[in-house]
Design a protein around this ligand. Structure first.
Ligand code: FMN
Length: 163
């Protein structure tokens, strides 16, 4: 079986978390699709601001690539961080580009503080896109990503779908 993990990352924590989950999906061949901001911190924060205003021009190539890729997967996992108490402004657009209709979907959110608004908004977007949300987790870590919890989350999805 095949799984696709789609994540957004600025500082790399969501990427590392995605990899920890992917490594635990033992029944799957796992592919990754990352929206990764580059540049110095100030530039990255500038892009986060643009996305919040609905300007996705910095992501248009990646969005198209995602939409046009072969999406023949048995499981989709989304990873979204929290910036300014919400997900990156492009989150809905990312989810819309993946054909999750009727497919099992898992979601993890990374944050340093609250992060619940992100959890709610991303959940709503997955449901709106017709995904079958099987599990989700908020991974809160101030300095480091919560990789052990992430690995357990991956293991639990792997087991749940094997039954
Ligand atoms: C610009 C910026 C804003 C952030 N705002 C919040 C916030 O409002 N609430 C929160 O819980 N964490 C916040 N964080 C922390 C991130 O959610 C957390 O570090 C996350 O794991 C970062 O993921 P990344 O390393 O993949 O970019 C913020 C981080 C950045 C860089």
């Amino acid at each position: 079986m095949k799984a696709l993990i789609v994540y957004f990352t600025t500082l790399g924590k969501t990427k590392k978390t995605a990899e920890a989950i992917g490594q635990s999906l033992k029944n799957y061949q796992v592919d990754y699709f990352g929206f990764e901001l580059t540049g110095v911190f100030g530039q990255k924060v500038g892009i986060i601001g643009q996305l919040e205003k609905g300007d996705f021009s910095s992501m248009s190539e990646d969005l198209l690539k995602l939409e046009q890729m072969d999406q023949d997967y048995d499981l989709f996992v989304f990873g979204m961080p929290t910036y300014g108490n919400k997900p990156p402004g492009v989150y809905k657009e990312i989810i819309k580009r993946v054909n999750i209709q009727g497919k099992p979907v898992a979601y993890f959110g990374t944050c340093a503080g609250n992060g619940w608004v992100t959890m709610d908004q991303v959940t709503a977007a997955i449901e709106e896109a017709g995904g079958n949300l099987i599990d989700k987790i908020r991974l809160r870590g101030f300095f480091k990503p919560k990789l052990k919890k992430a690995a357990l989350f991956g293991k639990s999805i792997n087991t749940a779908l094997a039954n």
